[in-house]
Design a protein around this ligand. Sequence first.
Ligand code: MG
Length: 332
Amino acid sequence: MLKFEFRPYTRRFRSLLLTRHGAWSVRQGILLRLSDSLGNQSWGEIAPIESFGSESFREALRFCADWFQAGSGRLDAETIEQIPAHLPACRFGFESAWEQLHTSETEQPPPISWSMSLLLPTGGAALDSPLLFSAQPGNTLKWKIGVAPIEQELDWFTELISLLSPTTKLRLDANGGLTWQQASRWLQVCDGYGIEFLEQPLPPQQFEAMLKLSQRYQTPIALDESVTSVAQLQDCYQRGWRGVFVIKAPIAGSPGQLRNFCQTHPLDLVWSSVFETVIARQYVTNYLMPACPTTRAIGFGVDQWFQDGWDRLGAAELWRSALTPLSRLSPF
Ligand SMILES: [Mg+2]
């Protein structure tokens, strides 16, 4: 039996993050700390994104509070396996913390260094971003589309391309916000510029249409919202998807099942952020990515979106920074 504690956190974005799903101003999540009777500790993180189909922050918090009360803050491996499928971020948080507590350093694969994809501000603001000029040669930038009229976005796109160094790669992300005609238009343009890939052009329910698009254009298409959970990832693979898969491990459910599927299938992967803290990120980079490597830049270049300095902290310091312990939480 292990003891667990949890602490909710709130991080404010430096500026509003605009996507097709709306404007995001704060990132709320929950940090977990597990400890055994010998005093060993590990940390986990629950970082849900409701608009991507995971539980909401409040649902996750309610689950932690109820679970804490029911088991007096104690848990074992079986109880983690019983976390229901509609709470994938909770499953990730608890299972990843559990695994880290039960893995000695010598069992861990050595860390690998990865190239990073940096997220540009959305819309015309991208044209003024310092990232355009500070990116290292060979870096990858990502730009969200599908948030303004297509003619306007195509104009910005042409200007953006003209500002990039020839070695910088660009990937686009529509967050499922395009129509068939708009997606075709974007893909035609992308083919002319050698864009790395177009991410989630259509909503997840239009899987067949995306499959057709992927066969018509050279620019690869990446599924993101379509493959949020391990079950969806398996489903899209079985239905014939051989394009890119964007993996957001902290909302995918069981990390063990995710690793197993990725290790046993030849997937073209992009590991991607959900604006988590270093706690979830280090687990992904140290425990998942070495087991399922990819040559594509990882989508973790999001530190510049926060100004709280948390990215320079270790897990124990973060735990101290994320106050609001259970006893001080107002009813929710
Ligand atoms: Mg995406």
